[in-house]
Design a binder for this molecule. Sequence first.
Ligand SMILES: Nc1nc2c(c(=O)[nH]1)N[C@H]1C(S)=C(S)[C@@H](COP(=O)(O)O)O[C@H]1N2
Ligand SMILES: [Mo]
Length: 579
Amino acid sequence: MNKLSRAPAVHDSLAAKLSSADDRVLLSHWLPPQEGIIPRIRIGKRWFNMLWALPIAFVLLVAAVAVAQALRQLPDVQEWLVGYPGAPASVAAVTSGFPLWLRAQHFLNLLFMAFIIRSGIQILADHPRLYWRRDCTPGTDWFRFQKPVPTGRVWTAKDDSVTVPGWLGLPGIRHSIGLARWWHFSVNLLWTVNGVAFYALLFSTGQWRRLVPTTWAVFLNAASTALQYASLNFPPDHSWTQYNSLQLLVYFITVFIAAPTSIITGLLQSPAISNHIGWVGRVVNRQRARSIHFLALWWFLLFILAHVTLVFMTGPARVSLNMMWAGVNDSSWSGFAVFVPLITLVALLWWRASPFTIRHARLVQKTGEFMIGWIKGFAEWWSPNSQLTEQDISPYFWPNGTTPASAEFDGLVATEFAGYQLRVDGLVEHTQSLSLAELRTIAKQEQITTHFCIQGWSGVAKWGGVPMRSIIDLVRPTADARYVVFYSFADGADGGRYYDVHKLSNMRHELTILAYEMNGGPVSVLHGAPLRLRCENELGFKMVKWIAAIEFVADFADLGAGQGGYNEDHEFYGYRMPI
Ligand SMILES: Nc1nc2c(c(=O)[nH]1)N[C@H]1C(S)=C(S)[C@@H](COP(=O)(O)O)O[C@H]1N2
Ligand SMILES: [Mo]
């Protein structure tokens, strides 16, 4: 892909200010840890500590047991239970037990879910708040495990990120979303392939009858089973051939509702997808998608808790393990013999995954790129076209990144950028040096769009500026120009200049502009004055703020650490980030 076929290029003078980066996470250079708080949920105006859920759940469970036991004393209820014993008589049982493919897929699902959940929690910790509205205005969150946003100072999204414990998060250090995403997306792909194969095998073998309701009677039977469980007098277990109706419904929801919902709401958080699919992306905006994604996580967590508890509570665990791990319906130890080594393997991988990721961060980045880079390539190809209206402009727009700290930049700010010159050079026929006044003479494009930060927040603003297409027409890139480098006036968080690389084709999308206006006025220094990139099919970090120069290149391997941008070099992000 990035072959260095020619002699090293002579780059823009700013290229000398880029820094190389380590292939490991060096904790001494990393964003220092920051504790979050116990998760809180907002109901109305009040915030509740989620630990309250534990005593409340306990009281509710005890009450449910008391009520269920009382109900089962009533003759009418006993009669009703005879009519609805827990599984509709009309539903045919499955006689083939649990075949090897099913057992293998069950194990793979367990293995993949472990890493999906861990990396997902890590991703959430990079913006530890959830909202229903896409503007992410402080105070409108409904869930958080971070303090309220401080006022009276600039508080960036990075400032807001928190550490999750290393045994839980993957890789368990603060602001490691770049690495967590490679895990999350790569394993998601494996999980989805496993899931699709599972659907196909289910429906081609008759095993689907275990999981798909075929009569309305399942609902009353499920109520009956729930009552029997709650009374602590469990229904007889026929799992080998047929699940009871409660199991059936819960498995159905897990396999056919929660799983697809997670995949869809995951994809809807992507700028390229959300901005390409019209009203769907506007109605299920990024924050709604994120919140629903999180609720789906809770479904899975509660499912796992209940599932594992019941496996070990209904009858001898040995027998249950035999069914799903050895495929036999007896009371031998064969299930144990399979289960113990495999669960030990999962535990071992769980234990080593974070240290491995920290030590071999570049390898994780490269492997992730290999696994899912092609999907990102497809998404980048789509032209983002979704725009919003003036009413949608967010009252608040999170700031992010490290502002320029140089006498040169301060001097420009003091003269309101009167002396600013944008250099556009590299592999072009007509090198340019353009003042703001000259940029303003080029036909202005305005767009009201959603910003998608990799960390999870979003915000809507109206941007005005010069389409990159106009710049391309002006400079006329040569035939070997394939990428466009944006150099900033600002350094990145770990020293060295902030920069980022885009494919030239991405710069030709309708909504790619160099913005000098935000919400009708000049863009503020905080948000990237005098010029910042808007490229609506990418995540926020690809939109360089405080642009000093633009360079057209054939290859970017010789810039910085060669990964295509500052965060790509230093935080192991991908250089194509439409998802
Ligand atoms: N020069 C520079 N540009 C940058 C950054 C940065 O740290 N330095 N941060 C990026 C990130 S991560 C995001 S989300 C957006 C944030 O833009 P905003 O501050 O206008 O919200 O700017 C991007 N551009
Ligand atoms: Mo970001």
